[in-house]
Design a protein around this ligand. Structure first.
Ligand code: FCB
Length: 407
């Protein structure tokens, strides 16, 4: 029997654009129109149905919930802040508090106001100033009710998908431009970290807990030789840890928000930057089960990673971990095996404070559209009907008891 601490945070995560629907002033909305991929449309209409959705989270014994605020709603035009949108998010937070669910609030989860995008987005230094102004407006209003903040979700994914692979808006493929974005995002976090702390002091509130959500993968050497191990360790250092290193050095992290889904097999066929940095081994050796997007399921990687993070001496919250699948038994197996590995890491002295499954609801999976089903709760997009999955019920027992039974 594995018993988690009494005050462990149990719950799930969403992001505004993926569940709310009709985020018409966001850069993604514009891009969907132009590029003609599957459109987010009214998504899960969570902007309207949040009370019902939180009733479900409460009935599933969640004691915490991660959500994000849509900057494009708060500041639909440059410098014009919407009291109405702010009031909405205050209501959302209070709806969680009424249900004894701790809100964990993300300020930037991939999407931007269109006006920012038109001004060059995160490539321009001014983006940092604009972001801080938006943070100030939001944090001042919500500080009293929120203790946990995630400034920026997965900077490395945002940078790679939007500025290196060219898959997401603005579909740039330039290492040079991606570097500028990276610098600005790092600056934005460090400055927001200080600013949010200042606001809490001014308002005489206990210090908040602030982090980013860092996307991680387990980089696994294909063969047990020097080349593959070197390449795997290079990727781990560069993709998993580099930003955490920088932010920790600036003392701008109160905990590590960790997103973990999968592994990447690394085989260094020849020495060269492509091989070292991004080629993924296509062989089918070391096969494992996969999610419906073809990502390897590799729970042991979470243990390996948590142990690597021990050196930072910071608490860790798993801010995302989940699976898209049509097989709900596999979803349960995924949750169970990842929790088991978290527990093993805690036994080895890693300070994990919480686990948020991605996601509460099926939702709009960016350029992959609505097909991937990540939810604890199934959404019928025609009727907006919610159906709680069996895996969610099994997870709810762990949320209630803190006990992971041996299976
Ligand atoms: C993460 C994102 C989240 C969701 C999951 C599946 O990279 O933060 O929005 O798309 O992947």
């Amino acid at each position: 029997m594995m018993k988690f601490p009494q005050d462990f945070l149990w719950g799930s995560a969403t992001s505004a654009y993926q569940v709310e629907g009709d985020n018409v002033n966001s850069d993604w909305w514009q891009w969907e129109k132009e590029v003609g991929k599957e459109k987010s449309g009214s998504a899960c209409r969570h902007y309207e149905f949040y009370e019902q959705d939180f009733d479900l989270a409460q009935s599933l014994n969640h004691n915490s919930h991660r959500l994000s605020i849509e900057w494009a709603r708060i500041e639909p035009e440059q410098g014009k802040f919407s009291q109405e949108a702010l009031g909405h998010y205050l209501e959302v937070i209070l709806a969680l508090k009424r249900r004894n669910i701790e809100p964990i609030v993300t300020l930037h989860h991939f999407t931007n106001p269109r006006w920012l995008f038109e001004r060059g987005g995160w490539e321009e230094k001014e983006s940092v100033v604009y972001f801080l102004r938006y943070c100030d407006f939001v944090v001042r209003a919500l500080a009293k009710h929120v203790r946990y903040w995630i400034t920026i979700n997965e900077p490395t994914i945002y940078i790679s998908h939007a500025y290196i692979f060219g898959a997401w808006p603005p579909q740039v493929k330039s290492l040079f431009r991606s570097k500028k974005v990276q610098n600005n995002l790092i600056q934005a976090h460090i400055k927001a970290y200080r600013q949010i702390n200042k606001i809490y002091k001014e308002l005489n509130l206990a210090s908040p807990f602030i982090s980013i959500s860092q996307y991680t993968q387990s980089y696994v050497a294909c063969r047990n030789n020097f080349r593959d191990r070197f390449a795997a360790s290079f990727r781990n250092k560069y993709y998993n840890l580099a930003i955490i290193d920088t932010l920790a050095r600036h003392k701008a992290l109160d905990f590590i928000g960790l997103n973990y889904y999968s592994r990447q097999l690394v085989e260094l066929k020849r020495w060269g930057i492509g091989n070292l940095a991004w080629d993924v081994c296509q062989n089918s050796h070391h096969p494992v089960k996969k999610n419906s997007l073809g990502w390897d399921i590799y729970p042991q990687g979470l243990l390996d990673l948590l142990i690597k993070l021990k050196k930072y001496r910071l608490p860790i919250i798993i801010t995302e971990n989940g699976i898209c699948t049509s097989d709900d038994n596999l979803r349960w197996e995924y949750i169970y095996s990842h929790l088991r590995n978290i527990y093993l890491a805690m036994e080895k002295g890693v300070d994990v404070k919480g686990y948020l499954y991605w996601s509460l609801l099926d939702n709009f999976e960016w350029d992959k559209g609505f097909a991937p089903r990540f939810g604890l709760i199934e959404v019928d997009y025609n009727t907006q009907k919610r159906t709680v999955r069996d895996s969610a019920r099994k997870f709810s027992i762990i949320c209630k008891t803190g006990i992971l039974a041996n299976e």
